[in-house]
Ligand binder design. Sequence first.
Ligand SMILES: [Zn+2]
Length: 371
Amino acid sequence: MLILPGLVDSHVHINEPGRTEWEGFRTATRAAAAGGYTLLVDMPLNCLPPTTTVAALEEKRGAANGQCHVDWMPWGGVVSDNQEQIESLAAAGAPGFKCFLIHPGIDGFTMVNEKELRAALPHVARTGLPLLVHAELPGPVDAAFMISLCREYRFRLHIVHLATSQAMKLLRAAKSEGLPVSVETCPHYLYLSSDKIPDGQTLFKCAPPIRIRENREKLWQGLQEGVIDLVATDHSPCPPEMKRLNKRSFRTAWGGIASLSMALPVMWTEASGRGFTLADIARWMAEGPARLAGCEKRKGRLAKGFDADFVVFEPEAEFITTEERLYYRHRVSPYLGEKLRGVVKATYLRGNCVFADGEFPGELGGRALRL
Ligand SMILES: [Zn+2]
């Protein structure tokens, strides 16, 4: 067995408070511990209230208190009308912000247009914190829009869940120009491809959608070159009936794939087959996300002075994914029945064992980290 640094997931929808029936701190952090994650960064939407004010952030901290198997942090939201909240959210400990250029698929969190974004960006730039952007536009995908704003306002731009390899050329150019741009993709874009999705199988619905096999291979090349910096899950569960599994309706099904407990074996199965090493995995799934969330001096590496967050990992072991291994609230997954490589045997948070062979020993010791 090998020891890896505790993984950091910079893109998780915990949904509490307000939609705890979808997921919640206790179940999300339990799945995280079982998956080798020791820090989650929670997205500001799908919970109610959304994390777009300091009061909402404090409410979320209250809801999480005493419920967490691993550490967590809250992203703040940038929405159409909360520009005045941005710097106070930063002062209250948000490690950065998230915004949408399209309707986020749920009420309570508004998308931003160019005018609203321009009103927000000077505040974001002053905080020095990253703005995570769901960068699909209603028209053709136009990454250059966000890149030109990054050039103009010099804020840290992070593109979430890059799914199309078509945007890589622009992102590569932006990076070589020296713009502060970072990029993530998700395990489902690296493991699945559209030819593997049976007709009407809404379990696979996510936003942006899963594309063809050639696209998937180009995303792997993007990771190899460093155009893509990190891999985050975009763990976004919902009650199973919202997946409209019987109706097989992609129009009305909730878009989101939950994978906190499976992301490491999913990634290792694909990465090891392509000649990547566990050092690459640690860079993409621990060090990179820790840097995005501003805790790169404390999380994401095995190093002196860091939190003693470890994963004990058996890289050669194989298993078939079953519901018992999922651990989040609704045990629904497109990975059920898949044969995967690499088993998380145990997870340690600040030196304490929080997961071992299917058990969650000890007290709930996860904390709300503050920068
Ligand atoms: Zn998301």
